[in-house]
Design a protein around this ligand. Structure first.
Ligand SMILES: Nc1ncnc2c1ncn2[C@@H]1O[C@H](COP(=O)(O)OP(=O)(O)O)[C@@H](O)[C@H]1O
Ligand SMILES: [Mg+2]
Length: 237
């Protein structure tokens, strides 16, 4: 179980994330829906050890407290972040990018096995394993980013707007692949503005507005929720 309590992030006086808490179970897809500037990236970065949370926040993985650990130790513990904008290395091949993800001790012994699993879920990456990443499409680069995170053998995967900038058909393929990652027992926490596609594949979700959780429900409940419709009016609903 991944548990978050009372997560608050400030940049100077600006309160970006305000007392957020939730939990994600293994094999579950949970989505946090939020518009631009709602605090989605700050929330994930704070969980991943990339920005410091305010005192009082608690992040627990399988009962072990990880709050305040540096990013590489959070990854070693079993939480991997697929950052906004993907963070892949363009002048390296697909396979080189993927293998970079296998640095935690927990992942090294299983590297070949995990690579085979990534290639099974993303056959396109197997076909393109020797190709430089900067020559690939946005959707393919997002697959590389997800695959690299999988290479660390995480128990939980945090995904920052995986659909951003991708064509709808590519987004559909990507989310179907993410559902297969979930089927391996990994828990997924996805922050998104793309309400329709993320709720189609999620089990549960939350609404994040100006740093605060203002709604929660099953994917079906949120799909018809007035607050969600209101927050994303003119958006993708
Ligand atoms: N490094 C930073 N310094 C100051 N303010 C920031 C920083 N990063 C984000 N913010 C502000 O925090 C708020 C939340 O940003 P962010 O977490 O990126 O939201 P989202 O990912 O939902 O678009 C925004 O008002 C943003 O301008
Ligand atoms: Mg963001």
């Amino acid at each position: 179980m991944l548990e978050l309590e009372n997560m608050t992030v400030r940049y100077g006086k600006h309160l970006a994330v305000d007392s957020v808490g939730f939990s994600v179970a293994p094999g579950e897809i949970v989505v946090v829906l939020g518009a631009n500037g709602a605090g989605k990236s700050s929330l994930l970065k704070a969980m991943a050890g990339m920005v410091p949370p305010e005192a009082g926040a608690v992040l627990r993985l399988h009962g072990r407290e990880l709050t305040g650990l540096p990013a590489h130790e959070v990854t070693n513990a079993g939480i991997a972040l697929v950052p906004e904008g993907r963070g892949v290395i363009g002048r390296m091949t697909v396979e080189e990018n993927l293998r970079l993800g296998a640095t935690p001790a927990r992942a090294r012994d299983a590297e070949e096995e995990t690579l085979a699993q990534v290639f099974d879920i993303f056959p396109r990456l197997a076909e393109r394993r020797g190709q430089w990443v900067h020559t690939m499409s946005g959707g393919e680069q997002q697959m590389v980013a997800v695959g690299r995170a999988m290479m660390s053998k995480p128990d939980f995967l945090l995904l920052d707007e995986p659909s951003l900038g991708l064509a709808p058909i590519v987004v559909g393929d990507l989310f179907r692949a993410l559902a297969r990652v979930r089927d391996t027992g990994v828990g997924l926490l996805i922050v998104e503005q793309n309400v329709r596609i993320s709720l189609r594949h999620a089990d549960r979700g939350y609404l994040l507005e100006a740093g605060r959780l203002t709604g929660a429900g099953t994917a079906d409940e949120l799909m018809t929720d007035d607050a969600v419709r209101h927050a994303f009016l003119g958006g993708d609903m």
